[in-house]
Design a protein around this ligand. Structure first.
Ligand SMILES: Nc1ncnc2c1ncn2[C@@H]1O[C@H](COP(=O)(O)OP(=O)(O)OP(=O)(O)O)[C@@H](O)[C@H]1O
Length: 273
């Protein structure tokens, strides 16, 4: 990483990263007496791949849910695109340009791959039922545009051959790819990935890694992910936040994090599987 400032920085591999897209300021989140997150601050820069890692129960999922707007922290502030974000409904978050995948795949098993991916565009669709009835040509044109965008994503993620297959019949790795496709269909500015490699074999992990890098490169999508697999995270990410027992114990490039003694003690020295 070179010349980190408010305008951005340049990664070791020469990519230009922009200014702050999202900022978490002193976030504290409690469930009854349990503090899942204690006073954590960090930012996510425009165009970067940012990982949040940590042992079981460290608070990663809780943090992803704060970023996605699903949880509202008791203390602290969330800033996105220069505005302080208040409590929001999921569709409002989607309209802001934030999309996510889930650890336990959340797709419609009985529906085809294509139809599942189309659901990702729902928040972008202007035509409701009434306007479709009154303005049929316009609605058709809109439908065609949505289909074209979705077909582009299908090509990009190399899932043309399964576009008509019901999702329930697909192997796990492909379901994960379809979920990524659906999230991308919303054309997010910030894409949140919840343990994208969980449960995958080595080959599936390599594929997923390649697609995440390609999405970032091709669409310029900023990506924040939580992940257990240390190796994958270190290969993929520009910067990494490390959590342990709800606190932030490290934040920096993969190399910086790897050599941080607190991180080594809390995370790397322990087996978590
Ligand atoms: N809905 C909830 N109600 C009560 N406690 C919760 C809830 N969600 C999380 N917690 C607690 O908050 C702490 C952080 O949990 P969280 O799931 O965020 O960690 P994690 O790092 O994602 O763990 P894992 O890697 O096992 O998924 C844990 O002590 C957990 O038991």
């Amino acid at each position: 990483m070179k010349d980190m400032n408010s305008e951005g920085y340049t990664t070791a591999d020469g990519r230009k990263i922009g200014g702050v897209l999202m900022e978490m300021k002193n976030i504290t989140l409690r469930f009854g007496g349990v503090a899942a997150i204690t006073d954590i601050s960090f930012d996510i820069r425009d165009g970067e791949i940012r990982a949040i890692i940590g042992p079981n129960g460290a608070g990663k999922s809780s943090m992803l849910n704060v970023i996605s707007g699903f949880y509202v922290p008791q203390e602290g502030e969330v800033w996105f695109k220069g505005y302080k974000r208040g409590p929001m409904k999921p569709y409002q978050v989607a309209r802001l340009g934030i999309a996510r995948t889930f650890q336990n795949i959340a797709l419609f098993d009985g529906m085809s791959v294509l139809d599942n991916i189309m659901t990702g565009r729902l928040t972008l669709m202007k035509s409701g039922l009434l306007s479709q009835a009154m303005w049929w040509g316009g609605a058709q044109r809109e439908e065609t545009e949505h289909r074209e965008k979705v077909e582009k994503i299908i090509d990009f993620l190399e899932i043309q051959s399964i576009r008509k297959t019901p999702v329930g019949r697909l192997p796990y790795g492909l379901k994960k790819r379809v979920e990524l496709a659906r999230a991308l269909a919303a054309e997010p500015k910030l894409l949140l990935l919840d343990e994208p490699m969980a449960g995958m074999n080595v080959e599936e992990k390599e594929d997923m890694c390649r697609f995440i890098l390609d999405v970032n490169d091709e669409f310029g999508t900023t990506i924040a992910l939580i992940e257990h697999d240390m190796g994958v995270v270190m290969d993929l990410s520009d910067r990494v936040v490390v959590m342990d027992y709800g606190k932030k114990i490290g934040d920096g490039t993969p190399d910086e994090v790897r050599s941080n003694p607190d991180v080594i003690n809390a995370y790397l020295g322990v087996s978590h599987d």
